[in-house]
Write a protein that binds this ligand. Structure first.
Ligand code: SAH
Ligand code: TMP
Ligand code: ZN
Length: 405
């Protein structure tokens, strides 16, 4: 029986995607022989309710100099993080000596706004390539994994922080004990630890199984976050539902006794109880939907191939690694995937080896159908690629169910 990474309780495995590659490892055409695979399976802890991967991939295999994900690739996300920075500047970073730390600052999409306001800050980002982009944006970055030792070192040279923030990063980190001890070291007594990640409630509701891949180790709820926070002396004091990335929650944590909880915390906890989010039946239902999506999507793609249609993919997302490899989609069914990230172009999709081409070539290629792997950016992409639909092109969506629009 596998055990919970948080509390050592029994982990009930509820879905096994089988052998999967690293979702952000895009091999060059001659590099396909030494791809790394692991068993992607997900379970729920029977004691503390934390949903998590059963197997852990060593962090240096995922986060290194060539990590290809650039946070600034979406205009919607750029403005989301600009608003986030504004909030911190107005509410938390008001003193003359204010100090903000961001874990996983990536290319500086959030911190550049803090830097521009002249407020002291530090990004902690282990992936050297994206960290350099952040520096080019005027952001101070330490190229490192955040953990307890890093936190102690930062505190000794920079002092304690008013805000420690992380977007789409805490769920990437199996060693949460070290993270919380690090936050405890680095955060001012009255400071806040704020993080936002894909919400389990939305994943189950939207059947967005492609949120499950190597980097996404934890799938949080208010219930599970409050439980883990309490183990380390923190209290969940506010929650916000966010529409980005297919549904996320932003959790605000403070040291116990420092800030009172907002009504939103109790409301979300009550909603999770009413939905019985930790119940095995909810996961069994999710599993049924995921299998149906696989059947429907592969049937649709095979039919289109038989009809001689040209089908491509849009967005070489980390999520798409799970979709293509779990569903057995190769370049026979989806000939090419378009993506605007230079570091992914000219490479092959992990495991499926579908070639990745520059996003700018999509419109001129005039395919008949495009699988929208970046469905979380649907509004932005469908609006920009208006000419595709005008010319009769159709988008294939697969969550919450397979449909053509
Ligand atoms: N915050 C950005 C980036 C998310 S991608 C956004 O929301 O778009 C996750 C980032 O976390 C990657 O850039 C990765 O290098 C970084 N990361 C992984 N482990 C980390 C750790 N222990 N400490 C700090 N950053 C980490
Ligand atoms: P994400 O879903 O993890 O944010 O990844 C989005 C991927 O899609 C990333 O590789 C960039 C790519 N992309 C495009 O190709 N065009 C776009 O318009 C947007 C918003 C993203
Ligand atoms: Zn547990």
């Amino acid at each position: 029986m596998p055990v919970c990474r948080i509390c050592g309780g029994n982990l009930h495995e509820f879905f096994d995607f089988g052998r999967q590659p690293l979702s952000d490892a895009f091999p060059r055409p001659h590099e396909t022989d030494d791809e790394f695979f692991f068993r992607l399976a997900v379970g729920v802890c029977e004691s503390c309710s934390m949903v998590q991967l059963v197997e852990e991939v060593p962090r240096d295999r995922m986060f290194h100099h060539d990590y290809p994900y650039h946070s600034s690739g979406s205009t919607v996300m750029r403005s989301h993080f600009e608003r986030t920075a504004q909030r911190f500047l107005e509410r938390e970073l008001t003193g003359p000596e204010s100090f903000a730390v961001e874990l996983g600052c990536n290319d500086g999409v959030m911190l550049r706004n803090i830097g521009k306001a002249g407020v002291r800050h530090l990004g902690v980002e282990p992936s050297g390539g994206v960290a350099q982009l952040a520096r080019d944006n005027g952001v101070r970055v330490r190229v490192d994994f955040f953990e307890e030792a890093t936190a102690a070192d930062i505190r000794s040279t920079e002092g304690q922080a008013d805000v420690i923030y992380a977007a789409n990063t805490i769920c990437h980190i199996p060693y949460l004990d070290s993270i919380f001890r690090g936050v405890d070291v680095l955060l001012k007594p009255g400071g806040v630890f704020v993080f936002e990640d894909p919400y389990l409630g939305d994943i189950l509701e939207r059947h967005s199984f492609d949120q499950i891949y190597d980097e996404h180790f934890y799938f949080f709820t208010a219930t599970s976050v409050r439980a883990v926070a309490r183990r380390f002396g923190f209290e969940l004091v506010d929650v916000e539902r966010l529409p980005v990335h297919g549904g996320e929650v932003r959790y605000w944590l403070a040291r116990r006794g420092q800030r009172g909880p907002t009504p939103a915390v109790d409301a979300l906890l009550a909603e999770e109880r009413a939905r019985d989010l930790g119940n095995p039946a909810a996961f069994a239902d999710f599993a049924r939907h995921v299998r149906k999506i696989r059947t429907d999507l592969t049937e649709l793609l095979r039919t289109l191939r038989a009809e001689g249609k040209r089908v491509v993919g849009y967005g070489a997302t980390a999520k798409s690694a799970t979709v293509t490899n779990y569903c057995g989609i190769d370049r026979d069914l989806v000939s090419v995937v378009y993506d605007t990230t230079p570091a992914k172009q000219g490479r092959l999709m992990p495991g499926s080896h579908i070639p990745v081409r520059p996003g700018e070539e999509f419109a001129a290629a005039r395919p008949d159908y495009a699988v929208l792997f970046a469905w979380n950016h649907a509004d932005e992409i469908i609006a920009r690629e208006r000419s595709f639909r005008d010319a009769g092109g159709k988008w294939i969506m697969y969550v919450p169910r397979v449909r053509v629009i």
